[in-house]
Design a protein around this ligand. Structure first.
Ligand code: Q9C
Ligand code: ZN
Length: 674
């Protein structure tokens, strides 16, 4: 299979040629500017120019009827020639939807645009992409328009992909703030499509007010377990709630499912300032959500626009999504890192509801919330809270400043490499090999703290000199990340940790894979967080806040369960700690497989704005190639699975660690109470 690269962007301003023609406060927010403003912003940042531009096309009747009834298609067709009065009458047949003479044409382009994207990704022309389209799709039913949606773009795209490319398993992630009930209805008895949706719910007080939007709607018949609803019962959900939901609920299930394609119903009404959603996620959160999905399905990810009604928030979040698809550094996640209690209750309930269907959830043994605090207190949100999120100007102002804060100019060099002289090693294009060693005084200073005997090997010194150069470049943002091949990775890691602190990094997340003692001196001042991933725990050293061990040994040819502690332990720790640099050191006797290490390296790049130094034993040439590709932004399209679930023993041990540590590292929390 050829290595797919590039990001597709589908946009056509013809989709701005329909609009609401009469007074309707419900539909007034679905305006043409949603599309044009998003596209302008992509151009403003130079992102549109970096994408592979693909034309839209009209979807055919045959494609539309993969999901919709011929009768409904005829109704939509007939709106082309209607006068305003007839349009209004037809619109009234459905809930929260309006028609215009151009609606049919635009709905065909919108769906056709999504299908163009699927074709580009599945044919290998591009790795991933985004379709900026309207009308949106996820609310529409087989025979009804609903919630601004005419044809169900993503549902049809999934059917189309299955049929044309013979895919076995498709994941649909619906991060729009509304429940995509139309998608749920389409696939609820189908185990080949895993549908995940979070949505504002407020115990059914929020539109579309359906009992089947609740966490207990898990799918039907053979599809039982393949519908995942995470209802938000409070407004104001933010970055921590969204990341926790991905790390603890969506992603474990998804790795166990192991999809061939990821479709995203990418609605941005779940973002800050949206008058519909009243949530608080800031634009960089969508970079993280995107990044977390990019290691699935060999990177095949198609994002299709759904909602999003605060024009500035919408367009900035579209940009962070596309930027991440392009492989740029993921901005640091800002804000509170503790998920709120109501979010934890919802997460707990959905985990309990899905436990019968997913090993990774059943092993955890989490029951439903027995006494649901919000159910006992069914008071609606105070009006003031609702009004605050409707303050468009305040969000505009906030985002003006916020985007300047989070967006850094890209480093001149993406990936630097330190390779011992004479070593043959396949590195992807774009990796810059470091020639320059640091001045000898800097080397002497860096090594002064270490036992002299360790340095009888002059190669270590030589390699370390170049590594010091790289670390200075990381600090100066001249290089985003780096790979270091070392004859003694543990020693190099120890030198690197000391040097990062000397350079003035404030929080160094040091992840060491392997059983050798890396001779690290870890303070308890919080300037470094050391996590050892090993096969055997070092003699009775209890975990402390800043020095932790994770024992994990299971990996076999049938698959690895490492995704589980990675998602539910390593990343929550990292997100809670907010490192400004990451050291990933692979010791000589790693207890996890190379696919596991690759997944670890890929996902850690979501932290520290991608500032990561990977230290690898010099004889691990395949791993070096793979990690370098990931660092430079061209991850191999190799399948990182198969995955298998970890043993009960491993999960129990981890659960105990999570329980002890979640006071300090709040993103480790995944449920409300025992
Ligand atoms: N106060 C999409 O985001 N609003 N559709 C109902 C609630 C309908 C949203 C009134 C919202 C439809 C694609
Ligand atoms: Zn929506």
């Amino acid at each position: 299979e050829a290595m797919a690269s590039g990001t597709a962007l589908i946009y056509d301003d013809e989709m701005t040629t329909y609009k609401l023609l009469w007074d309707d406060p419900v539909c007034a927010i679905e305006v043409p500017e949603r599309l044009s403003r998003s596209y302008e912003r992509l151009q403003h940042y130079g992102l549109a120019q970096r994408c592979v531009r693909l034309p839209v096309r009209e979807a055919t009747d045959q494609e539309i009827t993969l999901v919709h009834s011929p009768e409904y298609l005829e109704v939509v067709k007939s709106t082309q020639t209607m006068n305003e009065e007839e349009l209004q009458k037809t619109s009234e047949k459905y809930t929260a939807v309006y028609f215009h003479q151009n609606s049919y044409r635009c709905a065909k382009l919108s769906l056709g645009g999504a299908l163009q994207l699927v074709d580009a990704v599945l044919s290998g022309d591009v790795r991933n992409g985004m379709a900026l389209v309207r009308p949106p799709g996820h609310h529409s039913y087989r025979d009804q328009g609903n919630g601004f949606c005419v044809f169900n773009n993503v549902a049809v795209a999934a059917k189309y992909a299955q049929k044309k490319y013979n895919l076995q398993r498709i994941l649909i992630v619906d991060w729009d703030v509304h429940h995509g009930q139309g998608i749920q209805y389409t696939f609820e008895d189908d185990p080949s499509v895993l549908y995940f949706s979070w949505h504002r719910y407020e115990h059914m007080r929020y539109w579309p007010n359906l009992s089947e939007s609740n966490y207990d709607a898990v799918g039907k018949g053979k599809g039982a377990g393949f519908n995942v609803n995470l209802p938000w019962n409070k407004i104001g959900m933010g970055n921590a709630d969204y990341i926790a939901a991905f790390l603890h609920v969506l992603l474990p299930v998804t790795f166990e499912f192991d999809p061939d394609l990821v479709l995203v119903s990418a609605g941005y009404d779940s973002g800050i300032g949206d008058p519909e959603g009243c949530m608080r996620a800031t634009p960089e959160c969508f970079s993280h959500l995107t990044h977390l999905l990019m290691n699935l399905a060999r990177g095949k990810l198609c994002a299709v626009l759904e909602g999003g009604y605060h024009l500035r928030s919408l367009s900035e979040s579209v940009c962070t999504t596309v930027r991440t698809l392009l492989g740029d550094a993921v901005p640091g996640l800002t804000g509170e890192m503790a998920p709120c209690y109501s979010a934890l209750e919802s997460m707990q309930n959905v985990q309990a509801a899905l436990a019968p269907y997913w090993q990774c959830l059943s092993l955890n043994g989490i029951g439903p919330v027995t006494r649901c605090s919000t159910e006992d207190d069914p008071a609606p949100e105070p009006v003031s809270a609702q009004q605050q999120c409707a303050d468009t100007a305040a969000t505009d102002h906030f985002l003006e400043l916020h985007m300047k804060d989070i967006l850094r100019p890209a480093a001149a060099v993406t990936t630097s490499a330190v390779i011992p002289d004479g070593l043959k090693c396949v590195l992807p294009a774009g990796v810059q090999i470091v020639k320059q060693s640091a001045p000898s005084e800097q080397i002497d200073a860096a090594f002064s703290a270490f036992t002299k005997a360790r340095f009888n090997n002059s190669d270590v010194l030589h390699s370390a000199g170049k590594m010091l150069t790289v670390l200075s470049n990381l600090k100066a943002d001249q290089t985003r990340n780096a790979v270091v091949l070392s004859p003694d990775a543990s020693l190099s890691a120890a030198v690197a940790l000391r040097e990062t602190l000397l350079l003035g990094f404030e929080r160094v997340f040091c992840v060491h894979v392997g059983d050798t003692d890396p001779e690290l001196r870890i303070g308890d001042d919080g300037k470094s967080l050391f996590l050892r991933i090993c096969g055997a725990l070092p003699a009775a050293v209890p975990n402390t806040k800043y020095q932790l061990s994770l024992k994990w040994t299971e990996t076999s040819d049938e698959g690895s369960g490492f995704f589980y502690p990675l998602l539910r332990f390593v990343l929550p720790l990292g997100y809670s700690y907010r490192p400004d640099v990451i050291l990933l050191a692979v010791g000589s006797n790693a207890s996890i497989g190379s696919k596991d290490i690759l997944l670890l390296a890929s996902l850690l790049q979501g932290l520290a704005e991608g500032r990561i130094l990977a230290i690898i034993p010099e004889w691990e040439s395949e791993l070096t190639t793979a990690i370098s590709s990931s660092l430079v932004g061209c991850p191999t399209t190799k399948h990182l699975g198969p995955y298998k679930c970890p043993t009960k023993e491993c999960v129990d041990a981890l659960k105990e660690e999570q329980r002890m540590l979640q006071v300090e590292w709040e993103l480790l929390r995944s449920y409300a109470a025992d």
